[in-house]
Design a protein around this ligand. Sequence first.
Ligand code: HEC
Length: 397
Amino acid sequence: MKNSFIRKCVLWFAALSTIGSGAHPYAQAQALSVKEKADRLFNRLAGYNLSLNDPRRARIESLVSQGRDLEAARIASADPNFFNLTVRQFAAPMSNRAESARVPLNDFIAMFIGVARDNRDARELLHGNFLYIADYNDPTFRASCTEASCLYSPSQARNMAHFTAIDRMNLHRYLKRVQPQRPDVSDAAGVLTSYAWAAAHFEAGTNRRATQYALQEFLCTPIQEMADPTLSDHRVRRDVDRSPGADPAVYQNECRGCHAGMDGLSGAWAHFDNQDLLQSGGVRDKMNRNSEVFPAGHITRDNSWVNLFTRNQNATLQWRGSMSGRGVSEFGRMLANSGAFSKCMAKRAFNRICHRDPSSTEEAIINSLKDKFEATNYNLKSLIEEAAILPACLGGR
Ligand code: HEC
């Protein structure tokens, strides 16, 4: 009885594995043919199907058949659509509060595309003083973009209009790097001082959201996971009730875990607000709001910050360099130098290109992607190519 059941299963499996599609989860994965691998690699990176008579096909298939997958991937990533679509979708969710990939082009996303295209160190996305806009001197661009906003000029409304006007154009060709990032910002810090980031995180509130999201987007760590009630709370601001509902234990056990570390870091944004003048010379009112709640709390007097999220579970974030500083650019540099940043970019690359999150058993794969990212001087294009050629990503038949 038992035997015949097993026999049936074996037969059933054998039958399954002969089915052409092979998509059944129980069927054993078989290696991809050269053509299948070339097709899948190209589609993942360039975002569309490689046609049968495309001149690149022969080169890609020949490289794949020789096991030179990375070189094959480089042909696909040289396609303008790799930047216009794949890098765009990699960056877009980090640029808005809803973490949606379906948002109009903005300055945050354009910086990612430009940095990837120009093979620059991706860490500058969190601390560099630059911007990517459309090159109005390119005659082809000028001929195809005829609205007034095709010519970039700074200010919230005009900035948005510019990026909307050039959305869906060949950004791989037209984006041009300019600096400084904006006239009103001496403490420019890549995407952290972009118009998109300001609209998402400096609007109203107390500038804590900018810290929360910076940790979430660039270290892939939600603030809840970083909460540590053992931290010194000397930086917790005056607006946080130390006895919510008349119960000091609630503050000690809940509020403090987040606010000790988060308020320590949030001084970085003290001069920023989502207003026409993004950065002012002094501390914004929002940083010291509701001071009567707990007058003995921390008063924000400057843009200094300190990183207290370094111990216990947060030691795994692999912080490197100085754990205190002033302003956004120094804050961004600290984030970008952490091992968690590299690992987060590796996870995001895997997710984008393999269309799924890495599983808990794929930790070693993500760590090796992370190491390669750092070894290539934080090259985003290489990171995405390396993710695309992973057997775990390409799958089998
Ligand atoms: C999981 C982390 C976390 C915990 C726990 C937490 N907070 Fe917060 N708190 C935040 C974040 C993030 C913000 C910024 C939210 C925003 O602006 O969108 C914030 C904002 C605030 C603000 C400013 C609100 C405003 O915009 O004026 C106050 C006040 C505050 N928290 C008090 C508390 C108190 C009291 C407790 C405990 C009962 C607490 N928080 C627990 C993360 C936390």
